[in-house]
Design a protein around this ligand. Structure first.
Ligand code: HDE
Length: 723
């Protein structure tokens, strides 16, 4: 680097510290420049001529349409083309803008400018589900996508991860097969949003390396309440490179400040029918209300000694994780989502992520899953946008200057000046490659460790070990949910041979008792007692569970005991005699102090005879959308018991009870109502003074959240034999 450019680089560095917020705003300014407000304008054609495209041009009031109606013809022609192809996977998604703030100066680790002291960058995050197509349910049991683009001053840095820590396969060559197997069956066209079918389990049987990932999906982790309560995981190992060219390996995570929350599977199926956008509504409404979700960016670090191994963990195998208690993640920064998009098509739909979008200081490792991702995303984006010029769309454009000689193509928006379009040249335009071409493409490329004879290799590992550890660390309720999920999936496969093979080959290799319980529930042949790996088949006791889950994320009620309740929703059941203004007043200040929103649900919307205003009815909403339910106190003392609740209220409360939710009955009538419902004195059920009950419910929501002890669990002794 020449002396002048060195000084310039130093000055630029100082400037970036001083004006970190300005850097974040640069993206906002760029997006604002692309905004177009048509409010109050007159309809025109694309060539700017005023026209009426609301009424067709016809040969008389009852006559044929005329071909000469070029204006409506163009309107129709445009409409016919107004979709881009949906993503092959992760088609169903939504997202928001926000900021990433570095917690300090991490230049010892990486040259990445977004990890400099004081750096604040604008970001966009898109959340998604893998299997369902556009129009499906966002709450479905699936691996959820968590993709973030950091518009940093040194270029776009994309983090394209999932909400679970590992993956189903280890080689990108298998990815098209995985996706074909889990999407709808080729001949039938169903099911369109889940893996409970034959081709999926046939694939899983042939790919035992995915046993741990599938168990994660089938645990409660596979059905997060919403995106605010789930993590993001890079899955692969990546490489940081500092300005001296030193490489450090890392795995990255977005850890939710709100902790993790999951749904009950029965709830998931009902949410899918009643509001398949529950997740995007939750994020949108919280951001609109100023309740901004946050995640911490954390990394597990591993020295780069060329082996890509760390204490026996193979860092090139993405189906294998490194537990947090063995390598605690280090927190480097914070992601806050604080701005909803203006236009769904132009922003979350048109954004294109690519793991290959890295800045100077971040690079790759020879993981054969990651290596294929480095080409696939750009390729699919080129196909979706119908052009390689998709990077010029406002949501994709970096704030860093883009200068190259990639030219022309469909919808190329710039009018480049000058006549030289080759590099290097001595005429003008983009003249030569930079002397400081990014480290990511230089230093790391020299790293040849692990290379050897050309061939097609298969990784070897104990594919069942981490699934077994995960299974052994579930409490008995989380265990039961997971068993039930396997039963649901395998019970719907409809091919007894595929089911039996999966039970014998995979489940029995994880744990004999797990395999027997699943088989027992769906009428398959139970593997012989004790035929699984040694150490399995014993009954796990709740109290002796290790506190760190090998899934990386906690599932049991004792984990994350005091979560924040920010952005949760509770319902108060009211009618013309139930629910008073005093109830509402007593609860409101307590709920709003924790940013929990209250909906009064009644037989009709509007003012009730009690003076309380209902903002939802049993027809417009459902208990599945609420985290806890309150029953209002009786406004009159003419004595109504719970059995006297009308059928809608009764169903509302009892279904929520059946989903393990906290229930609070307010006032002196409360205990009578609860005893009429036969749930009085059950765990998570409270009655009495409105303020006290509100506090009890808020405490319950912060942890344990749900009360799974209300449900029966398998008679494990009978199925697996005593320990
Ligand atoms: Fe993706 N993946 N993927 N993937 N992926 C896509 O890219 C692909 C993988 C992930 O919100 C596609 O733009 C291959 C792992 C997310 O826009 C496509 C392989 C992880 C998203 C593609 C993988 C992911 C995608 C579809 C194996 C977690 C949504 C449209 C080699 C670490 C991004 C698109 C968004 C999307 C290919 C495996 C996460 C087809 C070939 C592992 C979050 O290019």
């Amino acid at each position: 680097m020449g002396q002048v450019s060195r000084w310039w680089a130093i000055l630029a560095g100082v400037f970036s510290i001083v004006s970190a917020q300005d850097v974040a705003n640069q993206k906002i300014d760029q997006l604002n420049a692309a905004l177009k407000d048509t409010a109050g304008t007159i309809d025109t054609t694309d060539n700017g001529v005023q026209v009426n495209t609301s009424n067709s041009l016809r040969a008389g009031p009852r006559g044929y349409n005329l071909l000469e109606d070029t204006a409506v013809r163009k309107k129709m022609l445009h409409f016919d083309r107004e979709r881009t192809p949906e993503r092959v996977v992760h088609a169903l998604g939504h997202g928001a803008y926000g900021t990433f703030e570095s917690y300090g100066d991490f230049s010892n680790l990486t040259a990445a400018c977004w990890l400099r002291d004081g750096a604040v960058s604008e970001v966009f995050t898109r959340f998604s589900v893998v299997v369902a197509s556009v129009g499906g349910s966002e709450s479905g049991r699936d691996t959820h996508g968590f993709a973030t683009k950091i518009y940093s001053e040194c270029g776009n840095q994309d983090f394209v991860g999932n909400h679970l820590s590992s993956f189903f396969i280890n080689d990108g060559a298998d990815f098209p097969d995985l996706v074909h197997a889990v999407k709808y069956e080729a001949d039938k066209g169903f099911p369109t949003g889940g893996t409970a079918h034959r081709t999926a389990y046939d694939f899983f049987d042939h790919h035992p390396e995915g046993a741990f990932q599938l168990m994660n999906v089938l645990s409660d982790l596979g059905i997060p309440r919403d995106v605010r309560h789930m993590s993001g995981n890079g899955v692969h190992t990546f490489r940081f490179i500092n300005a001296e060219g030193k490489s450090t390996l890392f795995k990255w995570f977005w850890l939710p400040k709100l902790g993790h929350r999951s749904l009950f599977y029965d709830e998931v199926t009902k949410i899918a029918g009643k509001n398949n956008n529950f997740q995007r509504v939750d994020l949108y409404n919280n951001i609109a209300a100023g309740i901004y979700p946050e995640w911490e960016f954390a990394v597990q670090l591993f020295p780069d000694d060329g082996s890509y191994m760390w204490r026996g963990y193979d860092l090139l195998i993405p189906t294998v994780i490194v537990p947090f208690d063995e390598n605690p993640p280090m927190k480097l920064g914070r992601l806050t989502l604080n701005r909803n998009p203006n236009n769904f098509f132009a922003e979350p739909e048109s954004i294109s992520f690519a793991p290959s979008n890295v800045v100077d200081g971040v690079s790759f490792v020879p993981d054969p899953l990651l290596q294929w991702r480095l080409m696939s995303y750009d390729d699919t984006a080129t196909h979706r946008h119908g052009s390689p010029n998709g990077f010029t769309l406002p949501v994709n454009r970096p704030i860093a200057p883009v200068n190259n000689n990639y030219r022309d193509g469909y919808m190329q928006p710039y009018i480049y000046e000058g006549n030289s379009t080759s590099t290097p040249n001595s005429i003008g335009g983009v003249q030569e490659p930079g002397a400081d071409a990014t480290l990511a493409y230089t230093a790391a490329a020299g790293e040849q460790a692990g290379s050897g004879p050309i061939g097609r290799y298969v990784s070897q590992y104990d594919w069942f070990g981490q699934a077994r550890t995960f299974w052994n660390t579930l409490d008995k309720f989380a265990e039961q949910h997971t068993v039930d999920a396997y039963r649901f999936e395998l019970g719907n496969v409809g091919d007894a041979d595929v089911v039996q093979r999966y039970i014998n080959n995979t489940l029995n290799s994880i744990d004999n008792c797990l395999a027997r319980r699943v088989a027992f529930g769906i009428g398959s042949t139970m593997p012989e007692m004790g035929s699984g790996p040694s150490g399995s088949g014993t009954i796990q006791s709740n109290s002796s569970m290790p506190k760190t889950f090998s899934s990386l994320y906690p599932l049991g009620a004792t984990q994350e005991p005091h979560k924040s309740n920010e952005g949760l929703q509770v319902a108060l059941i009211a009618n013309d005699t139930l629910g008073t203004q005093a109830d509402v007043q007593a609860m409101m200040s307590l709920l709003s102090a924790q940013q929990v929103s209250l909906t009064v649900v009644a037989p009709r919307i509007g003012m009730l005879k009690t003076g309380v205003t209902a903002n939802a009815s049993f027809i417009t909403t459902s208990d599945v959308f609420f985290d806890a339910i309150f029953i209002g106190s009786l406004a009159t003392t003419n004595g109504t018991s719970g059995s006297g609740l009308d059928m809608d209220s009764y169903n509302f409360v009892m279904e929520a009870y059946g989903h393990g939710k906290a229930i609070g009955a307010l006032g002196s009538s409360g205990s009578g109502i609860l005893s009429g419902l036969a749930i009085q004195s059950k765990p998570g059920v409270y009655s009495g003074d409105a303020a006290r009950v509100a506090n009890d419910v808020l405490d319950a929501l912060a942890g344990p959240v749900r009360f799974p002890e209300r449900f029966p669990t398998d008679d494990v002794n009978a199925i697996c034999g005593a320990a």
